[in-house]
Write a protein that binds this ligand. Structure first.
Ligand code: TXA
Ligand code: MG
Length: 338
């Protein structure tokens, strides 16, 4: 049991955090996507503590965070030109690239795979901390395995207090869904997990072919071989039972009149909120707002004891695809059309 320290983003506090990291401890850190549970990526012992604190399956690999993309060559090899082109446009940012790993990355980080995910976060605090510590930081999202990812300090504190050495309070994550994870196949990019950097962004900026792995929108069997182990685990699940409902607002209200109840809530778009007659959370209007709100709505629903949550379907393009991908997993792939 730890007496978990709460740190700020001030230089003195980042120095305390860096020292803890170099001593092999785990620290909760803010990033622009979601909060991360960070440890020295070069220390198997330290990284082992992340898996313990989260209760994460050991075959699910971690992303390695760097303060600048040029450091990638120290930890990955055979880096394709396409990766450099992506880095020029999207690093720092919400993009993780899967590359062949060098020996120096312990296999506990890569979940036994021969590859490593590399990301340069945009969040100043995260990058400053990596600079001060002078080591790359392995970090998954800072939630208990299976729960919604944390987008606020309070979420991390609620999941990790007593389990790790410290948490840096860096305010709310602006993006709200985890990074886009991509791998390279010849001259094309394959999206393993959609995020704020979209397929449309990549093909527009780089002009290459971009396709989505079938695991983005489909359930994979537990024994299926997948390109990204994270695809096969139960994810983002609040205690409330979540169902996605697609269709027009009027039809949704009609559907809810038959499904409403004491502990039933809906998640509706902000513009419809005043017209919705029952209890509901706002889902914002744009896909970007939905991304920023999704995980905090799921956590809030649990806090007030919601048992059944009906969520209006987001769009399946642009940043909406990232929101839809997370919701599908929260809902155990349960989608109803009205
Ligand atoms: O935005 C983010 O990516 C956040 C922040 C903290 O950076 N991190 C994050 O980590 O979401 P995590 O561990 O919750 O999700 C990482 C995902 C998992 O689905 C994992 O399976 C996949 O990336 N992944 C990591 N390394 C991989 C690899 N070498 N090959 C394939 N997939 C990999
Ligand atoms: Mg996660």
């Amino acid at each position: 049991m730890y007496d978990t320290k709460v740190l700020s983003s001030e230089k003195e506090d980042l120095e305390i955090a860096a020292k803890l990291l170099l001593d092999g401890e785990v620290v909760g850190i803010p990033t622009e996507t979601v909060y991360g549970l960070a440890a020295n990526a070069l220390s198997s012992g330290a990284v082992g503590k992340i898996f313990k604190a989260k209760g994460r399956p050991s075959d699910n690999p971690l992303i390695v965070h760097l303060s600048k993309f040029s450091d990638t060559e120290k930890y990955a090899k055979d880096i394709p030109d396409l990766a450099y082109k992506l880095a020029e446009k999207f690093c720092p940012g919400a993009l993780t690239m899967i590359l062949p790993k060098r020996e120096i990355i312990p296999s506990v980080v890569s979940g036994g795979l021969s590859t490593v995910g590399i990301r340069v976060p945009l969040h100043e605090t995260a990058r400053e901390l990596i600079e001060i510590a002078g080591v790359p930081l392995a970090a998954p999202s800072a939630n208990i395995s299976g729960l919604p990812s944390p987008t606020a300090f309070e979420h991390v504190f609620s999941d990790m207090n007593g389990k790790i050495s410290a948490i840096i309070n860096g305010g709310n994550s602006s993006v709200g869904v985890e990074s886009t994870v991509v791998c390279f196949e010849g001259d094309s990019v394959r999206i393993l997990r959609p995020g704020f950097v979209t397929a449309e962004d990549i093909s527009r900026e780089i002009g290459c072919e971009v396709f989505c792995d079938k695991g983005v929108l489909n359930e994979v069997a537990a024994d299926e071989v997948v390109a990204s182990p994270g695809m096969k685990y139960k994810h983002y699940s609040p205690k409330a039972d979540v169902t996605i409902v697609s269709g027009e607002f009027e039809k949704f209200v009609e559907f809810m009149s038959a499904h409403n109840g004491e502990k039933v809530y809906a998640v509706v778009f902000e513009d419809d909120l005043s017209k919705y007659p029952y209890k509901a959370f706002s889902f914002g209007n744009s896909p970007e707002e939905q991304a920023a709100l999704l995980f905090s709505v799921l956590r809030e629903a649990d806090e007030i004891g919601v048992e059944k949550l009906y969520v209006r379907s987001p769009e399946k393009s642009g940043v909406g695809l990232a929101v839809y991908n997370r919701l599908l997993r929260s809902a155990g792939f349960e989608v109803i059309s009205v």
